[in-house]
Design a binder for this molecule. Structure first.
Ligand code: HAM
Length: 430
């Protein structure tokens, strides 16, 4: 019987893991440059953490179960709610702002397809207790900085403000669940479905026309004036637009002006309250969104203080896909540098001893464990792209030496066992 991998999950082999590690470490380095510290939360949480704000409907989209004690639990579909829960318990008294980043797997019960998995990874951050628009501008600039550092080209950062759409909907008396339903359709980007729904719920023609126009508005900062002309009937929507304008000014100060103002961004998760943004790479097709985030109000919803919070998460797997599609080579160096080869099987204990000496000196080393013939060891070392093979032979050993073979030039040199670690460190430049 062949046991299959669960649908929507993947195995990652050596090279892919190396590439992922490399990208992860670049992200880590950039996030830490901006003053973020890493945190970790559990893979599963109480189910209510995800249903409190999003409603029971979210259960269809996540993995949830009862444990043996009858507790309702869920595999986390994302990390903002877990971080908000943790913040309330552990960090409310910490001086603000609190800047946290995370890297971990998330689980969603989705229809698997290219770029859409049931287990996927997010690399993200939450900035709690900052002030908008400065915090939002910093977070967006950090996302752009990360992608530039990774060498990703042709990504677009689209920025909107939910307050504009939500206030127009309030003015049209579309509130509560109905408003969330409308926002959900806007998030899907289905204009026809939206037009039909607005028709069905008998929204007046002016509001309907205004909404359909607004969600199609995209461009640089110059569209702010056009939007203002459209919405000047609504004071609250104008205030949200003003916030957006202030954010764009802060972004300029952070040196980032390559954004697209996009009023059609609604975000799938319903905890966002103001600024929202998404990053797209068009070459990825339907799953082009490699990141999403914005300002949200979850902490108060969970019974904590009223504190401004903003953040975003990269869909790590999609960033990897985008880098690969753009044929961006991710430099992965072979991890093992040295191979210790006993010339005869009866010298294997000496080979183990020498390998261990090198490892204790911080040199990544492999040693023959299976009694391969020397020719096989050399070809194996070649496949592993090993720099040096240490040949352990009886004659050399009599004089306390081994032979070090450079696998690129083929040159050989006799080195005393006493100096082997120093000599290899020197050769490897470490
Ligand atoms: P999200 O947009 O739902 O936001 O997810 C963030 C990113 O995760 C998406 O932009 C996408 O790239 C990736 N992603 C989502 N679902 C899948 C999937 N099934 N397979 C592969 N990748 C996927 C959040 O989760 C928010 N918690 C982000 C945030 C942080 N907002 C504020 N702080």
């Amino acid at each position: 019987m062949e046991i299959q991998r669960p649908r929507g999950t993947r195995d990652f082999l050596f090279n892919e893991m190396k590439e992922r590690k490399c990208v992860e470490s670049t992200m880590r380095q950039i996030f830490e440059t901006y003053g973020y510290g890493e945190i970790k939360t559990p893979i599963f949480e109480e189910l209510s953490l995800f249903t409190t704000k999003s409603g029971e409907g979210i259960k269809d989209q996540i993995y949830h179960f009862q444990d043996k004690g009858g507790r309702d639990l869920a595999l986390r579909p994302e990390l903002t709610a877990p971080v908000a829960r943790m913040y309330i318990k552990e960090l409310q008294k910490t001086p603000k702002p609190v800047k946290m980043y995370y890297f971990g797997s998330c689980f969603r019960y989705e229809r698997p397809q290219a770029g859409r998995f049931r287990q996927f990874w997010q690399f993200g951050c939450e900035l709690i207790g900052g002030k908008s628009p400065g915090s939002e501008a910093e977070v967006i600039s950090m996302a752009a900085h990360c992608l530039e550092e990774l060498g990703l080209k042709d990504f677009e950062i689209h920025i909107g403000n939910l307050g504009i759409l939500r206030n127009i909907l309030n003015d049209a008396n579309i509130e509560g669940d109905m408003q969330d339903q409308v926002m959900g359709i806007i998030d899907k980007g289905d204009v026809n479905e939206l037009a039909n729904l607005l028709e069905d719920i008998e929204v007046d023609d002016n509001s309907k026309e205004l909404l359909l126009k607004l969600i199609g508005m995209k461009g640089n900062s110059s569209i702010i004036k056009d939007v203002e002309a459209l919405i000047n009937c609504s004071e609250h929507a104008c205030n949200a637009l003003f916030e957006l304008e202030e954010l764009l000014k802060s972004l300029e100060a952070f040196g980032f002006s390559d954004y697209v103002v996009n009023l059609g961004i609604a975000r799938g998760l319903d905890y966002y309250s103001g600024t929202v943004f998404e990053i797209y790479v068009h070459g990825l097709g339907a799953q082009k969104q490699i990141s999403g985030g914005g300002t949200y109000n979850l902490i108060e919803v969970f019974g904590g203080e009223n504190v401004e919070s903003t953040g975003f998460a990269f869909g790590f797997d999609r960033v990897m896909d985008a880098l690969k599609k753009q044929e961006k080579s991710i430099e992965t160096k072979p991890s093992v540098k040295v191979f210790v080869a006993p010339i005869k099987n009866d010298l294997k204990l000496k080979a183990f001893e020498i390998a261990q000496k090198l490892r204790k000196n911080g040199i990544s080393t492999d040693v023959d464990l299976v009694g391969k013939k020397l020719k096989k060891i050399l070809s194996y070392a070649d496949t592993l792209k090993i720099d040096y093979v240490v040949l352990v032979g009886a004659r050399d050993l009599e004089e306390g030496n081994v032979t070090v073979k450079n696998m690129i030039s083929g040159e050989q040199e006799i080195v005393s066992i006493e100096n082997i670690a120093e000599s290899l460190k020197h050769k490897l430049g470490t």
